[in-house]
Design a protein around this ligand. Sequence first.
Ligand SMILES: Nc1ncnc2c1ncn2[C@@H]1O[C@H](COP(=O)(O)OP(=O)(O)O)[C@@H](O)[C@H]1O
Ligand SMILES: O=C(O)C1=C[C@@H](OP(=O)(O)O)[C@@H](O)[C@H](O)C1
Ligand SMILES: [Mg+2]
Length: 168
Amino acid sequence: MTTSNLVLVGFMGTGKSTVGRKLAERLGWTFQDSDAVLEEEQQTSIADLFRQHGEAHFRALESKTLENLLARQGQIVATGGGAVLAEENRACMLRNGFVVALKASPETIIQRVSSDTSRPLLQGNLEERVHTLLEQRKSAYDFAHTVIDTSELTTEQIVEIIIRHANL
Ligand SMILES: Nc1ncnc2c1ncn2[C@@H]1O[C@H](COP(=O)(O)OP(=O)(O)O)[C@@H](O)[C@H]1O
Ligand SMILES: O=C(O)C1=C[C@@H](OP(=O)(O)O)[C@@H](O)[C@H](O)C1
Ligand SMILES: [Mg+2]
């Protein structure tokens, strides 16, 4: 294990992007959101990538982006919720950082993602999509070094808990 990067994983809406940015500000570290980096690299949105080329294409780009990002050090890296599905990505995260999984109750997730309709995997009936994907991914985040349930916590509280858990 190495603490050269701090990597946030977790289901959509658990707060990886929001907490990651705050944590980086608090520590004076660089913040990288792999979804945003990928969109910048591809000059298009994730929704468009899914629409035009499908999920498999997005996953291949996501793996490459993560690998490139994690070759550097001293960063807070927020990943996309599905980045953990590939074994090579999990291994890369564990090799290159301290991995923190954020989790939240289904109700909390639904509430947090409901105002943002851009996530391609949550199109259609939101409640049904969240429950189905949570079931499919129920063990997907277990590989992390530590897990934090964010349902009842403010982003400021989560930042402080991560700092304690990761000994930063
Ligand atoms: N602990 C929290 N309490 C309240 N709202 C939160 C919390 N964490 C995230 N949010 C809100 O939930 C939404 C999704 O957060 P986001 O950081 O995009 O999640 P992720 O990157 O894990 O999908 C955002 O509107 C964000 O402001
Ligand atoms: O869970 C997923 O498969 C995805 C999560 C999204 O990121 P967030 O977890 O930041 O919403 C984004 O990478 C894409 O829409 C796919
Ligand atoms: Mg995000």
